[in-house]
Design a protein around this ligand. Structure first.
Ligand SMILES: [Cu+2]
Length: 142
């Protein structure tokens, strides 16, 4: 007998099946990666427009290391995001001389916290940190 055709068929069929499985595996990995990246960006908080910075102390004599950066910000839209990139608590409180329809003040923002009010009207909004009164800033909404 000649058993040679059977092994030849087996070897020629095996790589074909393995190759298909490999491509399905690669497609699955790519699909999972795309879903993962999309979920990551969806879950991410919006990028901050104004960074709150400090030296971890904010001594009451007017520590200039504790500040809003930039101190004056011109918004491109109606929502502005502050992020506390410092090590101590801060707030964003709007002065009464801002445009009358100013948004609500923030609650206390711990390190890493964000505050993103939407301004309902164009205007110039003056604000300060109620914990460190010398920290002040301006937002211009058009
Ligand atoms: Cu502060």
């Amino acid at each position: 007998m000649e058993p040679s055709p059977k092994p030849a068929d087996a070897t020629s069929a095996a790589p074909k099946k393995r190759g298909k499985g490999l491509w399905i595996g690669i497609a699955a990995v790519v699909l999972i990666a795309i879903i993962g990246i999309a979920a990551y960006y969806y879950m991410m908080p919006p990028a901050a427009n104004i960074s709150i910075v400090d030296d971890g102390k904010c001594t009451p004599t007017g520590d200039t290391a504790c500040a809003f950066s930039p101190t004056s910000y011109t918004a491109t839209g109606r929502t502005v995001t502050w992020k506390n990139n410092g090590a101590v608590d801060h707030t964003v409180h709007f002065f009464a001389n801002s445009t009358a329809t100013r948004p609500d003040n923030s609650t206390t923002l711990g390190p890493g916290a964000t505050f993103a009010p939407t301004f309902s009207a164009a205007g110039t909004y003056y604000y300060y940190c109620s914990i460190h009164g010398w920290m002040k800033g301006t937002v211009v909404v058009s």
